[in-house]
Write a protein that binds this ligand. Structure first.
Ligand code: ATP
Length: 260
């Protein structure tokens, strides 16, 4: 598990695809252990590319420090020990049961012998409230259930850095809250969670820190109350909106229409 002083530091990060640079010199303020950092921004802004770059799934150069280690300099096995990644496009080996898929994710990370792996996999399913799906085949799950199974695969090893790409996009209200509660606990236990979210009110309510990406660049970052503003919504999303700050610290966003 990460120590109390661990930070994630991204500096001068360049990443993209063949012939298509997406991130060009991205630098972020350090994110500390215990933080849920929400990554927001319009479609195509580079959010998934950033998570993939941190995981080594797209070519990247620059510096990504995590607990004194440069993640970009690590081989795939070593990097997998630090990171749990849930991609936006869910892979599914249809014939595996949910439990088998989580055990298989644990073993892919060179984790312990099968008895222990089974217990840890079950613990991940319990965390997300889906133990009842353990023996279901992935191919027979609903979209939301498959999303939960994939999240269980990402968190089962309980790595110190969790990168979650839209983990709640297919979930009903109950499971949205269940998942964010589990994510909160994982962060509070001593991890950093970077989570891509499109629902800005949800991001503001549940994250500690928001990073706004736009066209592959950092637009703004900081505490939700500071970052989610009418000006940001106009600049980045080209939407006219009112942002109301409630007395309990939450914010409400009322979108009035597109910028003329
Ligand atoms: N496999 C790929 N090959 C080439 N270009 C890609 C690939 N995946 C994404 N891109 C491009 O990279 C840019 C950033 O895409 P990315 O998926 O990182 O955006 P995003 O912010 O996650 O968007 P969304 O909110 O729609 O998921 C886009 O212009 C996209 O077309």
């Amino acid at each position: 598990m990460a120590t109390a002083s661990t930070t994630l530091e991204v500096d001068d990060l360049h990443a993209g695809y063949r012939g298509r640079p997406v991130l060009a010199g991205l630098a972020l303020a350090p994110v500390r252990t215990g933080t849920i950092a929400a990554l927001v921004g319009p479609n195509g802004a580079g959010k998934s590319t950033l998570l993939r770059a941190l995981c080594g799934l797209v070519p990247a150069r620059g510096r990504v420090g995590f607990g004194g280690v440069d993640l970009l300099g690590l081989g795939p096995g070593e990097r997998a020990r630090h990171i749990g990644f849930m991609p936006q496009n869910l892979p599914s080996t249809a014939a595996l049961t949910v439990l088998e898929s989580v055990i298989s994710a644990l073993k892919a990370g060179a984790e312990p012998a099968s008895g222990d792996a089974r217990l840890r996999a079950l613990a991940a399913l319990h965390r997300l409230g889906i133990a009842h799906l353990a023996m279901e085949q992935l191919g027979r799950l609903s979209g939301g259930q498959l999303q939960l199974a994939n999240l269980a695969q990402a968190i089962a090893r309980e790595p110190p850095l969790l990168l979650l790409d839209e983990p709640t996009s297919a979930l009903d209200l109950h499971y949205q809250l269940r998942v964010i509660g589990a994510v909160r606990t994982l962060a509070d236990e001593g991890r950093i969670v970077v989570v891509v979210l499109h629902d800005l009110a949800f991001a503001a309510r549940w994250s500690d820190h928001i990073v706004v990406l736009d066209k592959g660049r950092l637009h703004s970052q900081g505490a939700p109350q500071k970052v989610i503003t009418a000006a940001m919504l106009r600049d980045v999303y080209h939407v006219e909106a009112r942002v109301e700050r409630c007395s309990n610290g939450r914010i409400q966003i009322m979108a009035d229409g597109l910028v003329a």
